[in-house]
Write a protein that binds this ligand. Structure first.
Ligand SMILES: [Ca+2]
Length: 174
């Protein structure tokens, strides 16, 4: 093979690798939380299976997270870390002495449950928070999000200057 042909060959190989995404770290990281107004409205209209929408971001590097859908979409395949902290308000009941804030939440990758939390308070003026953390491989284009599952009573607790209910994630490596 002539030198010029070799150079052309290696340039083509290089372009193929770049096109396939090799060498692209595609770093991405986000931190989101629920505003008080959204916490109140989502609490009032919550149904089983509803996707929790964390409507404000503290960071959204790589724009992988959407505040309108509540979903993170992986821009590239790799190993990711996700954490969510869910808090319930102990000042509002859904009727009955023990029906203060109670929410079950699941961390989803596509249609698969990859994490579960149960957050519950039974006592007035005693707020409760739970935190989940999951490391999981996520393929390019897959969605990761938090949804309500079997239980919900009272209100989600999330206030700008008090306690935030949050959802965060970031890519660890390819
Ligand atoms: Ca309760």
């Amino acid at each position: 093979m002539e030198m010029s042909s070799k150079i052309t060959f290696f340039i083509l190989i290089g372009m193929m690798l770049i096109t396939r995404g090799c060498g692209c770290s595609c770093n991405v990281a986000f931190s989101s939380y629920i505003t008080e107004a959204s916490a109140n409205s989502q609490s009032a209209s919550m149904t089983d299976g509803a996707i929790i929408k964390f409507d404000r971001t503290e960071a959204n590097y790589g724009a992988g997270y959407s505040t309108s859908t509540g979903k993170f979409t992986a821009p590239s395949s790799g190993v990711y870390g996700f954490t969510w902290t869910f808090c319930v308000d102990s000042r509002t009941t859904d009727g009955g002495a023990l029906n203060y804030g109670e929410y079950g939440t699941e961390l989803m990758r596509g249609n698969s449950v990859i994490g579960v939390l149960h957050t519950d308070t039974e006592t007035k003026l005693d707020d409760a928070c739970t935190t989940g953390f999951v490391i999981k491989y996520v393929s390019e284009g897959m969605e990761v999000y938090v949804r309500n599952n079997y239980a919900h009573q009272g209100k989600i607790l999330s206030k700008e200057n008090h306690t935030r209910t949050t959802f965060s994630g970031w890519k660890l490596y390819q």
